[in-house]
Design a protein around this ligand. Structure first.
Ligand SMILES: Cc1cn([C@H]2C[C@H](O)[C@@H](COP(=O)(O)OP(=O)(O)OP(=O)(O)O)O2)c(=O)[nH]c1=O
Length: 222
């Protein structure tokens, strides 16, 4: 294990991202990016596909102000759900969750995760970012299933009000590409970005832009 590998900091409150990152077998610690995501996103006026990477970059900027980020390689990410060109964020309340789940029912949409890897040394911040988009088809779940899922509380902290990994609701019918991208941290993309700071993972890195060959996709979170 090198000194660089010990220096990884995941700036995320998401338990899914923590769990996924352990699969790279790189030691890391966790902090929460000191950012008001809603406020930051109000200043974004670019294409919908770019919002996730832009937000992940802002999480990196905010994290770089934390003393524990100095000299560390910081990983940040953001996941957005796009229905046509409409951005579906996390639900405001249960009624909003119901609305989002109904609008997604039986429809193809895209889940975009932006990943940023950054490091601040002596006040100078270096930042690399990328994003991946995964088309997802929802199954035609019933209103009763929606109500039961909302009652479980699971949708409330998730973009688009659903977790593809939920074992009871199992909201999706098909997915074209990277499963871990939908859950919130595409490991192939992250591994490529970590390479730029000289951090190598022992696993094969996926070279398929669609992420279909992702070496981790068979071990998805179920
Ligand atoms: C679409 C989808 C999203 N999600 C989650 C991933 C993210 O945690 C969340 C999207 O919100 P994010 O703002 O990307 O992440 P977060 O607020 O949970 O954590 P942090 O910003 O501190 O890193 O939705 C799933 O777990 N499963 C899914 O199928």
């Amino acid at each position: 294990m090198t000194e660089t590998q010990e220096a990884l900091l995941l700036a995320s409150a998401s338990p899914r991202r923590r769990q996924i990152l352990t699969r790279l077998h790189l030691p890391f610690t966790v902090a929460v990016a000191p950012i008001d995501e809603d406020q930051v996103q109000q200043h974004y006026h670019g294409p919908a596909e770019g919002l996730a990477q832009w937000t992940a970059a802002h999480k990196a900027l905010a994290t770089s102000t934390l003393p524990e980020a100095e000299n560390r390689i910081v990983v940040t990410a953001d996941t957005t759900v796009l229905l046509d060109d409409e951005i579906l964020g996390k639900p405001r309340d249960e009624e909003h969750a119901r609305e989002l789940l109904r609008s997604l029912r039986g429809r193809w949409h895209r889940v975009v995760t932006g990943v940023v890897v950054s490091r601040k040394i002596s006040g100078e911040l270096t930042l690399y970012g990328a994003s991946r988009s995964t088309p997802v088809l929802m199954r035609s779940y019933t209103d009763e299933e929606i109500d039961a899922y909302i009652a479980s509380g699971d949708p409330m902290d998730k973009a688009g009000a659903y977790g593809i990994q939920n074992p009871e609701f199992q909201p999706t019918e098909r997915i074209n590409g990277c499963y871990l991208n939908v859950v919130g941290l595409p490991l192939c993309t992250l591994a490529e970005l970590l390479e730029k700071f000289g951090i190598h993972t022992t696993e094969t890195i996926c070279t398929d832009p669609a992420g279909v060959c992702c070496p981790w996709s068979e071990q998805c979170l179920k």
